[in-house]
Ligand binder design. Structure first.
Ligand code: SIN
Length: 271
């Protein structure tokens, strides 16, 4: 059955987030439903769909309605598979929960894969196994944060470019993007930074690092942040072009399992 009736949307915070009811994402989307999701996504940057029942194939099909889905895999024993959402978890290769605290871990504020020439436009996670409490994800609205900067700071950072390199493999070639990027669909300006940003092109290392720290602290103030408290069956999709996000280790990560299915939709070169 194709469900097309959309119940009212509920805004989740001033910074970001809207919950959309009345959709079964395992079914093909009607045009009206797709248009409603697109509009909600651009207006609120994080869209939450509760009580979903999705196979990895169905999640991939839903993600593919937003663009080309990245092929993933070769990650902690997973084989490369096409056409399915991949698995993101706190488990080791034996399936045991573990604490992962490396510089590359997603507990640090980041946007997905900024070290790519064309980083992903959107990411979605589907909650499959959760700890009894906690295991939240936070999102910081970097367009709102940019808007709130004093004019003097906006002038100072206009035209600056950030060098990104994966924190898990600093041997890889660097990629350079604008520190203030323009959203390709809304034209809103947003700060582009976070984990994997190594320095600012053309600035002395310490000055660039201090600027990145200052802007990150500004962008991640509570007034710009929406914290998602997961429930099983939640599918959450977010816009990497105007948000930072991080997993919150507010549970016993070495005791409880947290398993998500993840899909990433390709984006364009930031400008
Ligand atoms: C991510 O950083 O892409 C995932 C965040 C999470 O697991 O909550």
């Amino acid at each position: 059955m194709i469900r097309s009736s959309l119940a009212a949307s509920e805004r989740l915070s001033r910074a970001a987030g809207v919950k959309m009811a009345g959709l079964d994402l395992a079914q093909p989307l009607t045009r009206a439903a797709k248009a409603a999701i697109d509009a909600a996504f651009l207006a609120h940057h994080v869209v939450v769909f509760a009580d979903q029942r999705l196979t990895r194939e169905a999640q991939f099909a839903f993600a593919a309605s937003f663009g080309e889905v990245e092929v993933h895999g070769l990650h902690r024993g997973e084989s490369k598979r096409h056409g399915v959402a991949h698995i993101l978890s706190n488990l080791d290769e034996h399936g045991r929960p573990r604490l992962r605290r490396s510089r590359a871990a997603n507990y640090h504020w980041h946007t997905d894969k900024p070290y790519r020439a064309a980083p992903p436009a959107l990411t979605m996670l589907f909650a499959v196994e959760l700890p009894p409490e906690g295991g939240d994800t936070e999102f910081a609205n970097t367009a709102m944060a940019y808007e709130a900067l004093p004019d003097e700071m906006k002038r100072r950072i206009a035209g600056l470019r950030v060098v990104f390199r994966p924190a898990f493999d600093e041997g890889r070639p660097a990629v350079v993007h604008p520190l203030v990027r323009t959203h390709p669909e809304t034209s809103a300006k947003a700060l582009y930074l976070g984990n994997h940003a190594t320095h600012i092109e053309g600035l002395p290392a310490e000055e660039g690092a201090a600027l990145l720290r200052e802007l990150l602290a500004h962008a991640t103030q509570p007034r710009f942040v929406y914290r998602h408290r997961w429930r099983l069956g939640d599918l959450v999709m977010w816009d990497n072009r105007c948000l930072l996000h991080r997993a919150v280790a507010n549970y016993e990560t070495a005791k409880y399992r947290r398993v998500m299915h993840r899909s990433v939709v390709c984006g364009t070169v930031p400008f």
